[in-house]
Design a protein around this ligand. Structure first.
Ligand code: FAD
Length: 426
């Protein structure tokens, strides 16, 4: 019998397994897929590196800094700012503290007026100073918070709303204001980027560490029924085998957690990413680009030339362009001709010669974070059974890792004095 079974080798499961293996526990990780990573996978397709859905890594996430060697990821960093397609042309807003010379351009763009700038500062200032627990007090939706801060002009409608739609995977402004502010804090503190080898380099590093600490990570091992047998829990595998341990952490993701635990299914939002290649990039800019013209023009919520930031994502002489759309539950996914039409409007170039490499539809991309934002939930859900994942914390890489850490602490403290004396360190 093992000390612990972790079900799921996404960020949460791997972080938990790494910590507890390092703490001296005998840990087995069961992963249904053919590789670790969960929602953070990268595939090599015709020499391109395609993440399973466009995402970025913010090196300011505290749990990320604790868990991985950031230098080893060789991050390519996106410029902190956004390009905005307007009727009159393309406008650019960059982070004023990082790029002081951009302030004049931002003011000339027509996107920022004095009243909006003050309202934005009023809205964002608490994000920089206050802990999440304080931000979450009297939480409302981000739409209500912007209304009451007096943020109503183009800075909201043409920049913040289109930008946050892609980040939050929803366009109605129903996300918790506290969560939106927390993300803004990370955008101010860190410069998001991507590992040269693809987003999968993050879970691969966590898995390598967990294995080095003694964890046994089994791929293609889909966990099914769990049964308590006295002091142990038996986990049946779909292939008929079974594994026993004193405790089980279910880190299976929001789509699978209910079947395994009986807990309520977390609400999620979907995203769809289109990966195109072109010989000529549509711009020399590496900024994420959104459509700031009047609403309803969709379906693309953001697009970016990946290879300006991470050239290793494409073979020499080719460019990789990502375009992301929302994938609302029950709605029809965006169609290729609509995406191409919208991309040619946004970029202002003919995209008909771009080759579509792959389209990723991810229905459960991010747990929804409605207002009021709840506190991170306890990892304990039954006797010797624990649950971890971004849906127990915040919908992010930070949330998944922090949840894995919390589950590890709970296991260690429940496992008795000899175990809890072990320290949790990377
Ligand atoms: C398109 C997209 C864009 C994103 N953008 C960002 C971003 O920019 N910034 C950010 O911070 N976050 C982003 N995220 C979110 C981030 O990727 C996730 O929060 C994080 O990866 C979740 O990790 P997890 O361990 O909680 O769950 P998961 O990654 O879902 O891991 C769960 C694992 O459990 C396995 N599993 C499920 N059922 C079983 C079973 N029965 N037996 C064995 N194994 C099982 C699954 O195969 C999977 O490997 C994005 C996500 C997506 C999809």
């Amino acid at each position: 019998m093992h000390d612990l079974i972790v079900i799921g080798a996404g960020l949460a499961g791997l972080r938990c397994a790494g910590l507890l293996s390092a703490g001296g526990l005998d840990v087995v990780v069961l992963e249904a897929a053919d590789a670790v990573g969960g929602r953070q996978r990268t595939d090599i397709v015709d020499g391109f590196r395609l993440d399973r859905g466009f995402q970025v890594l913010n090196p300011a996430y505290p749990a990320l800094r604790r868990s991985v060697d950031l230098d080893a990821l060789a991050l390519g960093s996106f410029p902190v700012g956004v390009r905005v397609r307007m009727e009159e042309g393309m406008a650019e807003l960059r982070h004023p503290l990082r790029y002081p010379l951009s302030i004049a351009t931002s003011l000339r763009s027509g996107l920022v007026n004095g009243r909006d700038a003050v309202a934005l500062a009023r809205w964002a200032a608490p994000a920089l100073a206050q802990p999440l627990s304080r931000l979450a007090r009297n939480d409302v939706t981000v739409r209500e918070a912007w209304d009451s801060a007096g943020l109503r002009g183009p800075l909201r409608s043409a920049v913040l709303e289109p930008f946050l739609t892609g980040v939050l995977a929803e366009s109605r402004g129903e996300t918790s204001n506290a969560f939106a502010r927390l993300l803004v804090r990370y955008f101010v503190l860190g410069r998001p980027g991507l590992p040269a080898q693809g987003i999968a380099a993050v879970p691969e590093q966590l898995a390598a560490h967990a294995r080095a600490m003694g964890a046994d990570i089994r791929l293609g091992a889909s966990a099914g029924r769990m049964t308590a047998l006295g002091e142990e829990i038996r986990v049946e595998l779909i292939d008929g085998d079974s594994v026993r341990a004193a405790r089980v952490v279910v880190a299976a993701g929001p789509d699978a957690v209910t079947d395994l635990t009986g807990l309520a299914r977390p609400a999620t939002n979907g995203l769809q990413t289109w990966w195109f290649t072109a010989v000529e990039p549509p711009t020399a800019s590496a900024l994420l680009t959104v459509d700031g013209r009047s609403r309803g023009r969709g379906p693309v919520v953001n697009t970016v030339v990946m290879t300006h930031t991470v050239p290793s994502y494409a073979p020499a002489g080719r460019h990789l362009i990502a375009a992301t759309c929302l994938l609302p539950r029950g709605a029809d996914p965006a169609e290729e001709n609509d995406v191409r039409r919208h991309l040619s409007e946004i970029w202002g170039v003919d995209v008909s010669a771009w080759e579509l490499i792959r389209r990723d539809d991810i229905a459960d991309a991010l747990p929804a974070q409605p207002a009021p934002l709840g506190a991170a939930r306890s990892p304990r859900y039954a006797e010797r059974l624990y649950v971890a994942g971004d849906h127990r914390d915040t919908a992010s890489i930070q949330g998944a890792l922090a949840s894995g850490e919390r589950a590890a602490r709970a296991v260690l403290s429940d496992a008795g004095p000899s175990r809890s004396a072990a320290s949790l360190h990377r």
